[in-house]
Design a protein around this ligand. Structure first.
Ligand code: ATP
Ligand code: MG
Length: 473
């Protein structure tokens, strides 16, 4: 979004602005067009939040463009009949204009937050100034007039941007009592922007960490997702530990603190988890979460061998169980949760060059072709988390072996077999049921071992023999 304007650094901007009466935000032409519609009806329109902040930092904005207006939601809906009433109770509608999403929120104040997560009521107001004072952090409370580009900065957000700090507006304790999610947002912005959290704000978060339990799993998940999309997520995660938010949000991770590991590991299990997460590609959310959770079960599987060296037998299964309960708590969509869990369960493979093609075929069949790339990515992240660096020379012999096997057009799933479930049912005179799947899996095992067996006649013979011995059991 607006990528053409994000080439100026904060230092440049502040230098440019010394002695200048105003600092102007370059309003994109689409927003100017929207602005004209609002103005023609006597309303004001501002760009607010992340877009202004990220422009001043010279960063490409990550979220949708947030707009604030004096027009009431019903007036916005009358101006643009296609808008979606995404948060109408709180005055927010979403407009899709020239393929861009705009969240348009009516200027508002908020009253009483008895449940520590949302206002009991909101009131629509006429001025941007008051609207800015209900926002979370100084760096998020700047607004750019869509007509002139002039930036309103009531809470010295620019100064805090320059000092690279996150500071709550007004009394941080009050702000966190109103909406406890703001504490997690502070950690998220620290990660996203590589900023530090200002001391009073940090102390208030420490004192009020427990209030995060009032916030829904979905809202927490969205902040964690944004934290894990940042360049160095361990910054935000460490802030979560320091403020004790982690004790409430991801207590399982803390079990790894001071659990030492053998060999090349540079830190305890907790440090390794965070470093692995940092080592995963920022744009791959599946691998980032898998890296964070892949060893989370190690403390619960801790044992000792005869030399007194710690062991973590079958920790991948325990890690997957724990990660599953975390992701259920945070209401991850089923598909995403299962993809992450699959990577965690499969992360402990140990390839050696003497693996036969059959062993590689069995590995591919177990992992699935569409998860292979993510699994290797997780393995590299794990290495980074272990040693603090990526391998200088990446040993890709396993990947090459896999590619060779894939190119040979092998049977890797039940659907690649020369017989179908229907063929098996007809041959053995069986009705549909679970046993058909069991027989097909046995046929797949046969063909993984020996691809030459993938003919109709041979497979039906194997099916008959397998079924007879299966019945005998
Ligand atoms: P991003 O670039 O990641 O979208 P953002 O600052 O735009 O960051 P949003 O979550 O999109 O963050 O919120 C938009 C703006 O709304 C924020 O900048 C802030 O001014 C305000 N805001 C959002 N959530 C809260 C909250 N929980 N309490 C107070 N103000 C909030
Ligand atoms: Mg935003």
């Amino acid at each position: 979004m607006f990528s053409h304007i994000f080439s100026i650094s904060i230092d440049n901007i502040l230098l440019l602005c010394v002695g200048l009466p105003v600092r102007r935000f370059p309003i994109p032409s689409e927003v100017k067009q929207l602005s004209r519609v609002f103005r023609s009806r006597g309303h004001e329109l501002y760009v607010v939040g992340g877009a202004v902040r990220d422009y001043l930092l010279g960063r490409k904005p990550e979220g949708d463009c947030d707009l604030a207006t004096s027009a009431r939601p019903d007036e916005v809906m009358a101006m643009f009949p296609g808008v979606i009433p995404t948060g109408i109770d709180h005055g927010t509608v979403t407009l899709v204009y020239h393929k861009q999403h705009y969240e348009i929120t009516t200027f508002r104040t908020e009253q009483d937050y008895s449940d520590h997560r949302r206002p009991d009521s909101v009131a629509f107001i006429g001025s941007i100034d008051e609207d800015l004072s209900r926002r979370d952090f100084t760096i998020n409370a700047m607004a750019a007039d869509t007509e002139t580009g002039c930036i309103t900065d009531r809470f010295a957000g620019m100064k805090d941007l320059k000092r690279r700090i996150i500071r709550a507006i007004g009394n941080p304790a009050d702000r966190f009592r109103e909406d406890a999610l703001r504490m997690l947002r502070a950690c998220r912005f620290a990660s996203q922007l590589s900023f530090t959290i200002e001391e009073e704000t940090l102390n208030a978060a420490r004192e009020h960490a427990g209030l995060i339990n009032h916030v829904s799993g979905e809202r927490i998940r969205e902040e964690l997702i944004r934290m894990l999309a940042s360049a160095v997520p361990s910054v935000g995660l460490e802030y979560m530990r320091k403020t004790q938010l982690m004790e409430h949000v991801l207590p399982e991770l803390l079990e790894g603190v001071d659990i030492g590991q053998k060999g090349m590991h540079i830190g305890d299990v907790y440090t390794h988890s965070l470093a692995s997460c940092d080592g995963a590609p920022a744009e791959n959310r599946t691998v980032r979460f898998a890296a964070l959770f892949h060893d989370i079960g190690k403390p619960r599987s801790l044992g000792e061998d005869e030399l007194g060296i710690p062991t973590f037998y079958r920790h991948e299964g325990i890690s997957a169980e724990m990660a599953e309960s975390i992701m259920r708590r945070l209401k991850f969509p089923n598909r995403e949760r299962e993809r992450i869990l699959h990577l965690i369960r499969q992360h402990m493979f140990h390839y050696t060059p003497d693996w036969s093609d059959a062993a590689v075929r069995r590995f591919i069949a177990k992992v699935g072709t569409d998860a292979l790339e993510d699994l290797f990515s997780l393995r590299r992240a794990d290495h980074y988390g272990t040693t603090g660096s990526y391998p200088l020379k990446h040993d890709d012999s396993f990947e090459r072996h896999i590619r060779r096997v894939l190119e040979a057009d092998n049977v890797l799933t039940v659907s690649d077999l020369a017989v179908s479930g229907r063929d098996v049912m007809e041959e053995l005179d069986l009705k549909p049921g679970k046993h058909i799947g069991t027989i097909l899996n046995a046929l797949l095992e046969t063909v993984l071992d020996d691809p030459g067996m993938n003919t109709r006649a041979q497979l039906l013979t194997v099916a008959r023999e397998f079924y007879a011995s299966y019945l005998d059991r």
